[in-house]
Design a protein. Sequence first.
Length: 489
Amino acid sequence: MGATFGDLLAVADAHWAETMQWLEPLELSWQAGERSTIDELGQTALVLARYAERVGTGFGAQERETAAVRRARLCAASLRETASVLQGNEENAPERCELARSLFMARQALGCGLDLLSAHFEVGERGLRPATAQSEVISSPSSKEWLLTAVDGYAGQLLRIAEKAGRTDAVAKLSEAVRHARFRGSPEDQGLRAMTMPEPRVAPEVDVEGLEPLPTRVPLRGSEGRERALTGMRVNVQWLEASGVPQSARTWRSLATSTLMTSEISGQTLRLLMARCRQLDLPEATAALTEAEMTVGMLTDKWTEITAMWREVSCDRRSQLDQMMIDAGELVVRFGRLVYADREWKPSVNAVTKLVRPQVLAPEAVDVHMIARAVVDVIKAPAAVASSALIGLERGGPAGLTQQGETQMGLRHERLRGGYLQARNAAAEARQALGRATQVLASSAERRPGRLAAESFPFQAKESIGIAGSETTRARGNGVGKGPRLAPG
């Protein structure tokens, strides 16, 4: 039998007691003001904030507003403000003193306890949702009161350390947190202490012969015809969807960058198709593509935020990139070469991102429909990466972080989870809008049958157009926009 939630709390309490021992003697209490102790105060406040936030949402199962819910949210806000005022320079984190080390061990045990409780829930469209029978016990009103009372006790101990350190700014915020968390009476734990990790789910047996195997990879060539490129893109996406959770932190960061570029190029492609539909006098198709392009723009914004957060996390350069980065990188290259004038285009800081003319990308209405369908396939990649990242975060996050990166990741864990959830939802909305657009385009193609474009469509740079202006400005009105300038990795 594995460790129970009560076992983890007992470990945390033992380290808390040790922390208080370092705090009491006058000759040792100077450690309270050490930079390492202050850093641990902030980190522990974040863990307690996560407890309070889960209480405030009933671990995702909250149905109505109650006094306990409001108190939990106010407590969480005060604890996060505590962490904010105590945040130090992560790049020069000092070695932990004895007091800070004890506080660190207590924080680790509390974090493991929260992970144990959270394992009884799974990621849903709006956050966590129940996954086991025990989840009802965890999210019950009495259990939430008991957990909030526990947060009150631990926050009170942080308050004592902050007072000893002379950090009046943190004292004020921690006093607020304690006031919000305090509960009159002694609620019972309702069996929370006996809670264990749920049994791993057993995958149902399947007939291997009945499974459709993944398609054979299509090697990327220096110069590909459009048919091969579109096939290769579709295969890249299928392999990405089947890759599972990324492992190394470098892969997580590189996937964020590649997925951002995929989203950006998707928007550029749609703007080219919009321009072509205007040239072909297809107002209904233009309107449908405009709606789809707006949703892809929102998807791009979400991946911009995720990529920015990953730039702030220090990864171990010695860790290897996962195999899935091959497919993500090939997808970006193939997609870029489809819409950029440079037939040997590769993502880099100085990459030339002049777009082909709309009539070159899609000579006839049937070509517009074909390329739009390719974008529908491509948008599966951002959805797959976001979904796998959410699963990975619930399992503890990526491996291959530096010590500094572990601290940075802890500070951004919840922000990243929220970002990936929003990105997954945005990808779903984009696919729905694109699905509607392709239906309109199919009707337009039937009314205006045209020749299929040649498999290979060579052209000179002079046949392409360049776009000027700010990177953040989308020239939707002209049907084109500036290309991404980031390189995966």
